[in-house]
Ligand binder design. Structure first.
Ligand code: FE2
Ligand code: FE2
Length: 180
């Protein structure tokens, strides 16, 4: 399997936007933390991290083909496990026709939109994640004008897919992102 350092270089090769790289790193961190919490072995923890890191690899250069360009043409060239590629395929079911089913797929779907949303919330706060509460995230979720491009439906679907209360999921991620 591709090393973490090689994966970071691959990410830099396809993405210039610092905010998109930050998003990828946040989702990778969320995935790693969930894999650890679920007592996965080292190899699986690396796979979960990798799925998070590379899930939006082609978003900047091939927005219309995302994520099909990555799963069909870019990722297969590298030594990347099939379950990681499948997780990347299912993080965008409306574009690939493939719904998240396995655990890594469901957790990636569940970690993606909410991480982007929570990052937007953190940028509005003087202390970012350090004193963020679930309540502050919920308040922004109810404000349809805030980060309007983030699908609230997908956020709720994600929490359902991992059988968690959305509040519990958000609390877990606050702790993950706080220790950035
Ligand atoms: Fe995406
Ligand atoms: Fe994403």
């Amino acid at each position: 399997m591709i090393t973490r350092a090689e994966a970071e270089i691959l990410l830099q090769k396809y993405i210039e936007s610092e905010s998109l790289i930050n998003h990828c790193q946040m989702v990778a961190k969320a995935m790693q933390s969930y894999a650890e919490t679920l007592n996965k072995d080292h190899k699986e923890i690396d796979s979960w991290w990798l799925a998070g890191l590379l899930h939006d690899l082609d978003w900047e250069m091939f927005p219309d083909e995302h994520p099909n360009k990555a799963i069909n043409d870019i990722l297969p060239v590298y030594d990347i496990p099939e379950n990681v590629i499948q997780a990347i395929r299912t993080h965008a079911p409306e574009r690939t026709g493939a719904e998240p089913k396995s655990e890594i797929e469901r957790y990636l779907f569940a970690s993606d939109e909410i991480s982007g949303f929570m990052n937007a919330v953190s940028l509005m706060r003087p202390n970012g994640f350090s004193d963020m509460k679930v309540k502050s995230v919920n308040k922004k979720l109810k404000d349809a004008r805030f980060a309007a491009n983030v699908s609230r439906e997908d956020i709720r679907k994600g929490a359902d897919l991992i059988n968690k209360d959305l509040a519990e999921h958000i609390q877990f991620l606050i702790e993950v992102f706080r220790s950035k």
